[in-house]
Design a protein around this ligand. Sequence first.
Ligand SMILES: *[C@@H]1O[C@H](CO)[C@@H](O)[C@H](O)[C@H]1NC(C)=O
Ligand SMILES: *[C@@H]1O[C@H](CO)[C@@H](O)[C@H](O)[C@H]1NC(C)=O
Ligand SMILES: *[C@@H]1O[C@H](CO)[C@@H](O)[C@H](O)[C@H]1NC(C)=O
Length: 398
Amino acid sequence: MLSAVLLAIAIPYGLRIYRIIFLIFPIARVIQPIEDFPYNCERFEHPLLEGCEDIWLDHQGRKLYAACSTIATRTGWSPGGDMFNVSARDQLDHISVMDIDEPGSDGLYGVRQLKVGAAYKDSLDLHGFDVRRIGDQLRFWLINHRPPMDPETGGPLDAFKVGANSTIEIFDLNQATNTLEHLKTIVSDAIVTPNGLAVDADGVGFAVTNDHTTKSGLYRALELLVGGGSVSYCNSESGECQIVTRENCNMANGIVNIGNGHFLVSQSGTGVVVAYQLQGEKMIQTGVLDLEVPLDNLSLDPEGNIFVAAFPNVRYLWEAMRNPYTVSSPAAAFRISPQALRAERPSNHEFPVLKVVEDRDGKRLPTTTVVVHDAKTNRLFLAGVTSPFIGICMMRSL
Ligand SMILES: *[C@@H]1O[C@H](CO)[C@@H](O)[C@H](O)[C@H]1NC(C)=O
Ligand SMILES: *[C@@H]1O[C@H](CO)[C@@H](O)[C@H](O)[C@H]1NC(C)=O
Ligand SMILES: *[C@@H]1O[C@H](CO)[C@@H](O)[C@H](O)[C@H]1NC(C)=O
């Protein structure tokens, strides 16, 4: 996902050139230093907190769950970012947990990983995920970018040619044993290049973004210019999925479900958030919000605010990705307030947007791909797919 944004530098050609240049070169954009914001932000470095693409906050259970990996894996096998080197997989992808109200004596909030049964222990290749509380149990929907295999012979296929075999894995968390128990795998032609996932309140339907139209090949490189990606909608019980929209998709990335069949999707390629409504078997666009900055994932807090991770200066992503242990790219988090989401046709001024934090100099925040907000303690948790640490920002008392 990151490198596809960067591809625009290599192919400055086509219809979207103006928009792309505008997004890449922040000429009119004011990028602020972290000192301008009322937060104290700290880095939490730990082997279990490397390469966390996505995080989910259990507001009720007071735990943070993160889908993490290793830097070596993420910089080799990241199908969403056009990295298809299967041999670079360390096979250590896992879900980490932190008790957000109990820092503990080492200040690491008891970080540990969830156990997974033998069949999935070293065969999860994580990306976006979502969780729902079903009764008193947490159910996880995990995107899994499996290396492709020949179904006839069982032998490996060339991932550079065919892309990943991406599936959705559903697991129940057994809290007593701290283990994820596998329920089912969803395989579908409509799950092409999944990136973000948002489950309905009843834990049955879920929407998943495809950041590209094709899994591999030359056309992928053109998608940034001509648009690409889609949103699919699946039923967890039947395992059926279908593509429900391609409208205004341009590297469809984060997705949140804001209730009653309304979804917001961040489009990394164009820097806009598109509002859709699921109507029967289609998602209909109901509004567009232009944040004018390259976007990554979305999250929702219990008060209905949407938090958006952004890259205010994507030119530094290359360097941050090449030197993940020493360089962080400028990062920012925006908040979209909920009133406007109720509007029939949301527009920019109906959708007040606030920049909550920004780190122009890459001093404190990770190269952020996701931010979640704990409304109870007014903290921000930030993680990045190629960062060796996560960030926690605490509001300064004034
Ligand atoms: C793939 O990753 C392996 C292991 O890290 C490395 O030795 C190899 O050079 C990489 N291949 C390519 C084509 O980048
Ligand atoms: C983005 O965040 C949402 C909500 O936290 C989550 O459901 C989704 O899986 C995330 N996607 C990615 C790619 O990080
Ligand atoms: C993808 O994974 C599914 C589930 O394990 C499997 O049935 C299918 O054969 C795989 N396809 C490829 C191309 O790897």
